[in-house]
Ligand binder design. Structure first.
Ligand code: C2E
Ligand code: MG
Ligand code: MG
Ligand code: MG
Length: 289
């Protein structure tokens, strides 16, 4: 039908689809330039032990310092990078920077790096992780690889073999955003995971109903039984922290209440400050926001 109108394929698309395609093409070109001229930076968000109030690790969160658009968040470009085949290249940059910057932190603090499902299912992810550790000299035990459920779906045998090879390198593996997507409790026992990060929709995302809380406690206890470290993401208020503390099964917390993502230059002071007082004291001393 499109052909017969004499306007090629354009009729299959409305103008907004053409706009979207054009915008993506621009982002793709910009992403290549960003890789070539080092426009990617990492911010780090602390993850804090519930018991001791200490920072145990910091999650690397990618920021793109775009020459015209300013700081661009990953939500705006990771999906496009995946589609245009640039995500593994970006992933290697992130691994390298994160491991390098973490060598300047105290040894007790690990670094967590998000790895895209596409990069994870490619053929070089284990080599990429090993190379970053090698180049930077970071102890493998100080690297946590964060994966989402989508990385583990589809091909169980491939996922298991990649996870096993990563574990054998000595890095730890966290399952991110747990409870969203097609969560399967069987992941928890069939894969060599170390940590579960319960998605913030259960913590501060408006799913704090009694049923969701029951589910959250149940999942957290099950994970603990299986020997996994349980992290709650997205803690924004003292009330939420309190609820999590009373559940008893949450090992670590992360969220704006504790600290926002920030440049590596801020971490030394922050790590020291959290080491000096209990979690409640840390939270009480935070400026009201
Ligand atoms: P994520 O891995 O689940 O990271 C947590 C996200 O929640 C971060 O957003 C963080 O800034 C935000 N967050 C932390 N605490 C709170 C809170 O208390 N409340 C709320 N509302 N949000 C909070 P960000 O930095 O925009 O990253 C979004 C997502 O982009 C990440 O979700 C991750 O999936 C992806 N991402 C970030 N960096 C990378 C990367 O280097 N590589 C890949 N492949 N993906 C990345
Ligand atoms: Mg993450
Ligand atoms: Mg997460
Ligand atoms: Mg999340």
């Amino acid at each position: 039908a499109a052909k017969s109108s004499g306007r090629g394929c354009a009729q299959f698309y409305d103008s907004s689809m053409i706009e979207v395609a054009r915008a993506r093409r621009i982002v793709e070109i910009d992403l290549r330039e960003a890789l070539a001229s080092d426009q990617f930076e990492l911010f780090y968000q602390p993850i804090v032990a519930m018991q001791t109030g200490r920072i145990t690790s910091c999650e690397a969160l990618l920021r793109w310092r775009h020459p015209e658009r300013g700081i661009v968040s990953p939500g705006e470009f990771i999906g496009i990078a995946e589609e245009v085949g640039l995500i593994a290249q970006i992933g290697r940059v992130v691994l390298d920077k994160a491991c390098r910057e973490a060598t300047h932190w105290p040894d007790s603090v690990s670094v967590a790096v998000n790895i895209s499902a596409i990069h994870f299912r490619g053929d070089a992810v284990v080599e990429d992780v090993a190379a970053a550790l090698e180049r930077t000299g970071l102890a493998p035990s100080r690297l946590v690889v964060e994966l989402t459920e989508s990385a583990l779906m589809q091909d169980d045998a491939l996922a298991l073999s990649t996870l096993t090879r990563l574990r054998d390198l000595g890095v730890r593996i966290a399952l991110d955003d747990f409870g969203t997507g097609y969560s399967s409790l069987s992941y928890l026992q069939s894969f060599p995971l170390h940590k579960i990060k319960i998605d913030r929709s259960f913590v501060s995302g408006g799913r704090e109903t009694r049923k969701d809380q029951t589910l959250l406690v149940g999942i957290a206890r099950l994970c603990k039984e299986l020997g996994l470290t349980v992290v709650a993401e997205g803690v924004e208020t003292v009330g939420q922290l309190d609820t999590l503390a009373r559940m008893g099964a949450i090992d670590e917390v992360q969220g704006y209440l504790l600290a926002r993502p920030q440049p590596t230059s801020q971490l030394r002071d922050l790590i020291a400050a959290f080491a000096q007082r209990s979690l409640t004291a840390s939270v009480e001393r935070l400026p009201v926001r």
